[in-house]
Design a protein around this ligand. Structure first.
Ligand code: SF4
Length: 338
């Protein structure tokens, strides 16, 4: 079987080239080409024809095939559907903000966390994505939009901490000075709350932003909508967040999707602020998008504003996230396997 170079770090490539009797610096040349979006050895023009032919026989570049692109006419958000080599599909979303271009990357095909409001997990987990499959989402999107991406959020389909090894490799790949060179502080990883991995993540990547999908002010509500809460109740989760902030000095973001009649009352806001007070944090309110299967309805804008005011009154910095791409089902909780 051919080696897929998109999955390999610079170190892996150096070992590969040494093993086939080539100079180590060839690895850096090839790595740079791959990360500029080149997808065939033929295009790597600073490498001899002989070596290119040799590589062609034993290796390949690129993991994904683009199958569908949808563009929002309202805000120009783009949703990409990619096909994996084994026939599974994943989605990636490209968003334009004033501060730069951002991409929402999937970390798994499907998801096994079973959050009740989320379309991505409805078919269960198909499989983990490799680091290269995560990277290739960025490379193909950059090629399509013909612009550089400056911010990466791992918040698409999948639970990144359920695929930690490959997530780590992905971060290493995109942070590489010889590759995309995306700063650690421009990367955000979002988890539904797999507590043991929070400590590990803080140690491995203290500069990378951590977001927690919280979505409830207490265990009673959270366990109804997020099964992970049975394994890691809120006390344990929030304590791990506190330690993470103390150890890294970095602010944590809590994602909170407002669901009508479930978690959006003013007393819910009071409860939430009591739980979060004293932790360096920020709350991102999301008005839940319509997902047909879930049966939940998102709160309206007025309720969201009321909830925000109440949190702020009680000292919790809060924003209502601008939802992009809702009419193409590219917004939070709407990604799915087709
Ligand atoms: S919200 Fe995230 S963790 Fe929960 S089911 Fe959806 S993709 Fe998985």
């Amino acid at each position: 079987m051919k080696k897929n170079f998109t999955n390999m770090t610079l170190k892996d490539l150096e070992i590969f080239f040494e093993n086939i009797g080539e100079k180590k610096f060839r690895a850096k040349q090839v790595f740079k080409w791959i990360h500029t979006g080149v997808r065939s050895f033929e295009e790597m023009t600073d490498i001899s024809k002989e070596l290119r032919e040799k590589l062609e026989e034993v290796a390949e570049v690129g993991c994904l095939k683009m199958s569908i692109i949808q563009t929002s006419e309202i805000d120009h958000t783009k949703k990409f559907l990619f096909e994996l080599a084994d026939g599974n599909s994943i989605e990636t979303v490209f968003m334009k903000y004033k501060y730069g271009n951002s991409i929402c990357v999937s970390s798994q095909a499907g998801c096994r966390m079973g959050c009740a409001f989320c379309a991505s997990g409805t078919g269960g987990l198909k499989r983990n994505l490799t680091g290269g499959e995560m990277l290739d989402q960025i490379l193909l999107v950059e090629k399509n939009v013909e612009e550089k991406i400056s911010n990466v959020v791992v918040m698409g389909t999948g639970e990144p901490f359920d695929n930690y090894h490959n997530l780590s490799q992905f971060i290493e790949l995109i942070n590489s000075k010889d590759g995309l060179n995306i700063g650690m502080r421009n990367i955000t990883v979002s988890t539904c709350g797999i507590v043991p991995m929070i400590g590990q993540f803080g140690r491995d990547f203290p500069q990378v932003n951590l977001a927690i999908s919280l979505h409830a002010p207490n265990d009673e509500i959270r366990k109804k909508i997020m099964p992970i809460n049975s394994s890691y109740p809120m006390d344990i989760l929030l304590n791990a967040c506190k330690i993470h902030v103390e150890k890294t000095g970095r602010r944590i973001t809590f994602e909170y999707a407002l669901i009508k009649g479930i978690n959006d009352s003013l007393s819910n806001a009071d409860m939430l602020s009591d739980r979060l007070r004293g932790t360096l944090c920020h709350v991102n309110l999301i008005t839940l998008n319509k997902v047909n299967e879930s049966g939940f309805t998102g709160s309206d804008r007025e309720s969201a504003e009321r909830f925000k005011k109440q949190l702020e009154k009680r000292g919790i910095p809060t924003t209502i996230r601008r939802e992009l791409g809702t009419e193409i089902s590219a917004a939070c909780g709407q990604l799915r396997l087709l």
